[in-house]
Design a protein around this ligand. Structure first.
Ligand code: BTN
Length: 258
């Protein structure tokens, strides 16, 4: 991890009340989500953040691996939301990321349903939310955020076809510390807004790039093709199939055709 990335440099004068007030930094770790889960099971406070300079076994959605070399952000945040708000974590985290990327870099980031963060058609960031619920109570939710910040994608042929990085898009390095602090502050803004009854659904929907486009979605064993017509308030994607039937998809992998 670079010298300027320490728990102190992240928490010092951070504009938050609880998210990122306690931070643990590792130069290298298997997965920050694994560490955060252990912390949560041990009763660590809400908002605690685990950050690593690189991950050795970073995990992505749908059981995939996630490449997290030096120059990327690997960040996991522990939350204990009421069950009612659990489904909003995808929306609020995606919004926090597009806002932070916009503030720090000036780039317009968009959301590819359900929660890939895209810049100019390339995936720049992904979110893996892992939670445990017992008897209607959320034991914990871990928001795992990976961002390709200062990476030259040509050095990573395994992801270069579909991914991008902030530095490749801007042609210069991005201050990682500044971006982490911005993400923590945005996460807290969005989370407090939701807990206070705010409605982030319209803004989330407006930042989705799939709407109105022809898509195919692999959801479990099923391949659904059609037009991405809308998203529901619970975050599911509504696809108008070629035979006219409206299909609701809760989770999956989307391919865009136009
Ligand atoms: C995806 O798009 O598939 C989600 C990628 C999520 C990666 C982040 S990096 C920090 C946290 N730790 C992990 O092992 N995964 C998440």
């Amino acid at each position: 991890m670079k010298d300027d990335l320490s728990a102190d440099s992240i928490t010092n004068n951070l504009a938050t009340v609880f998210i990122g007030r306690r931070v643990v930094c590792y130069s290298s770790v298997d997965s920050t989500n694994n560490v955060a889960k252990q912390e949560a099971l041990g009763g660590s406070s809400e908002g605690m953040a685990v950050i690593a300079g690189r991950q050795l076994s970073g995990r992505g959605r749908l059981g995939r691996s996630w490449l997290s070399p030096e120059g990327s952000i690997s960040l996991s945040i522990i939350l204990y939301p009421p069950l009612y708000y659990l489904h909003t974590l995808i929306m609020l985290s995606s919004l926090a990321l597009v806002n932070s990327i916009g503030t720090v870099t000036g780039l317009r980031a968009e959301i590819k349903w359900p929660n890939d963060i895209m810049v100019r058609g390339g995936k720049v960031s992904g979110i893996l939310i892992e939670s445990s619920v017992s008897a209607g109570v959320v034991d914990y939710a871990v928001i795992g955020i990976g961002v390709n910040v200062n990476l030259q994608l040509r050095n990573f042929p395994e992801i270069a076809a579909f991914a991008t990085s902030l530095s490749d898009e801007l042609g210069r390095e991005i201050p990682v510390l500044f971006l982490i602090r911005s993400i923590l502050a945005e996460m807290e803004n969005q989370y407090l807004n939701v807990l206070g009854g705010g409605d982030i659904y319209p803004e989330w929907r407006s930042r989705l790039l799939n709407m109105g486009k022809r898509v195919s979605v692999q959801s479990g064993d099923f391949l659904i093709e059609g037009i991405a017509e809308s998203v529901a308030r619970d975050g599911s994607l509504l696809i108008r199939r070629n035979d006219g039937i409206l299909e609701r998809v809760i989770a999956g992998d989307v391919k865009l055709f136009q």
